[in-house]
Design a protein around this ligand. Sequence first.
Ligand code: PLP
Length: 386
Amino acid sequence: MATWSLDPNVIHLNHGSFGACPNEVLDVQAGLRSELERNPVAFMLHTYQPLLEQNRAAVASFVGADADGLVFVPNATYGVNSVLRSLEGQLPNGGEILVTNQTYNACVNAATVAAERIGGSVVVVDVPFPLASPADVVDAVLSAVTDRTVLVMLDHVTSPTGVVWPVRDITAVLEPDIPVLIDGAHAPGMIELDLADIGASFYTANCHKWICSPKGAAFLHVAEHHREHMHAAVVSHGYNDGWPESGSRFHAQFDWTGTDDPTARLSVAAAIEVMGQHRANGWDGVRQSNHELVLAGRDIVAKALGVETPVPNDMIGSIAALQLPPPEAVSDSIFDELMNELHHTWKIEVPVFTWPHAPHRVIRVSAQQYNELGHYERLAEALTAT
Ligand SMILES: Cc1ncc(COP(=O)(O)O)c(C=O)c1O
């Protein structure tokens, strides 16, 4: 059974942004930290790599990927940057990198820099929200691909709108001719994953969101034919095979990127185990109960606001967004002022994004094992009072 150290005076409806880590996993991490500090040299040179391999195997099996193609990175942003930096020397000059109106802003920025370096451009596809079916996403993305498209970058679960996209239907058409980079930041632990079936050239995702590992743990999976030209966003010993502990040059480039606290990535297997034991029916039970709770919570809030639910239930994982009426004062921040008010006055943590642009805005609720229906009822009360 997982227990949490979340502030009991706050309603936490934003697991999506930074996750939360159970005490039982933090204990494992604390144990690793004290072992490291008892003998840092022995830990880094002898203990680190075998533990890393155990965690790599656990994550690979959890997401249906081959461990040979999987490396740890500190976060999905780093994963996306690593792919883009590595591709700069490979992509044809003048090419187009396709992103969408729902791509995470930090990753659009990374694509913009990469496109500048290849003398190309970023093309932003408008994918509808609200939407009626997965085909809306597939049609929008595929109709924007041209013979100048050199990379398609897609979110698996969109950040501002909280929709699970049918990425498999897109990779099935584009790969391997046009490489697809999937940013699955929210996906592991939220939806069942089979990376081998998805078949993307690149898939990066966080463990510190829905697997509930400590912060600073994420992975990048790379298809075999791209591994030889991959570099981590931070180049270190592995570039010239100077990290002999790793099983391959591809692994070596990511296994050591300079001294850091490696205990987050070394605690991912523990998080998979602890969260998997939280429900009698394991991870299926965690995912299903989070899914059911977020739908029920979203409906409570939608009813209180008198707004439509914008997405079919089977395209939701455990985050869900609703469109809000425009604010009185237009915000130039991606975070709407209402988010601050809910934080300060109501002690409710929930993101309210300006999206797709002012004055439009969305509110996004999350559901994790520590949430209950009353949390959404309190949010509905706050929203109708403000
Ligand atoms: C779709 C998406 N990509 C990337 C990120 C960035 O995650 P991180 O800050 O862990 O790199 C997020 C964070 O919420 C996200 O939602």
